[in-house]
Design a protein around this ligand. Structure first.
Ligand code: HXC
Length: 271
């Protein structure tokens, strides 16, 4: 099955509203596309107006109801405004996808505490801020919520911190915190507000800014040699995991971070 077809029914998210941070490019954009192609109205949030405009035009050309919201997840006011605008425009919020992330390769010797903090601010604090500001809309009986249950949060994570990864001390720490936030909110908000909180940990996914930035071509080829499924993932693979979680198929899944990497994190090179 390729990226053009989906095993899910086209109306599986009909009537739902999603906000995707980092939704203008890479994995976030594919998640926005697939949520939209399966019936959801989609708001995408990002820092770059032009990227957002292009992404919204692309989504609308596919018949998806979409808006672009300029903002930085590090700023509480931007987060609150993006959520408020989404609910004003589409009437409610069912799904929050936290896809915004910062990344660069650097050794600990060369990474200043401020560089470390910057990535934690985007990935970890940004995720928490979006969740915190979204609670009043996502909770059962919350503003605009017409469902018999609470909404869904999906936090995009990574597998770097399951072991250790060179030149990624900042991102590993940030994503470890994201996974912990996923579990804590799943426990507390699942119990109190019937909100499900899950994560997706992608492996190396082709055709993404992260991959272009972090994995040089030669390393990319080397990676393929010891990957159990012998290929890079597609953005589509991650979007399908998001669809599973967002559809009723995932209604009993809470507090879980789903690894979607072909089993790569388990593997070592053959000798
Ligand atoms: C060392 C760096 C650096 C670099 C920034 N810093 N880039 N240090 N090497 N390459 C340091 C700066 O020196 C500064 O510290 C601090 O970080 C803040 O830098 P700013 O440039 O002021 O930050 P800002 O403009 O806010 O930019 C944030 C950013 C940005 C993260 C640095 O580059 C960014 O958002 N990049 C794009 C995001 C991206 O690539 N997303 C895809 C993610 S993929 P000092 O001490 O000098 O003040 C992904 C996958 C993970 O997440 C899993 C992979 C398998």
């Amino acid at each position: 099955m390729g990226s053009s077809s989906s095993p899910f029914k086209a109306d599986v998210l009909k009537g739902k509203v999603a906000l995707v941070t980092g939704g203008g490019s890479g994995i976030g954009f594919e998640i926005s596309t697939q949520l939209g192609s399966h019936g959801a109205a989609v708001a995408i949030m990002g820092r770059r107006r032009r990227v957002l405009d292009d992404a919204v035009a692309d989504l609308r050309s596919k018949g998806i109801m979409a808006i672009g919201l300029e903002g930085d997840v590090r700023k509480k006011d931007d987060a609150a405004k993006a959520l408020e605008t989404t609910v004003k425009h589409f009437g409610k919020l069912d799904i929050l996808v936290n896809g915004a992330a910062g990344n660069f390769l650097v050794s600990p010797e060369d990474l200043s505490p401020n560089g470390f903090r910057t990535v934690l601010d985007i990935d970890s604090v940004g995720t928490y801020t979006m969740c915190h500001e979204a609670l009043k809309y996502l909770k059962k009986g919350g503003i605009g919520n017409d469902s018999s249950t609470g909404g869904l949060i999906v936090n995009i994570s990574a597998t770097l911190h399951y072991t250790a990864a060179w030149y990624q001390i900042h991102v590993s720490a940030a994503k470890a915190a994201v996974d912990s936030i996923t579990r804590s909110l799943a426990l507390e908000w699942g119990t109190d507000y019937e909100i499900r909180v899950n994560g997706i940990a992608p492996g190396p996914i082709g055709d993404t800014p992260g991959m272009r930035k972090l994995v040089p071509e030669e390393a990319n080829n080397k990676t393929r040699e010891y990957m159990p499924l012998y290929k890079l993932g597609e953005r589509w693979d991650i979007a399908m995991a998001a669809l599973y979680l967002a559809s009723d198929a995932g209604k009993y899944v809470n507090g879980h971070t789903m690894v979607v990497d072909g089993g790569l994190w388990l593997s070592r090179p053959r000798h």
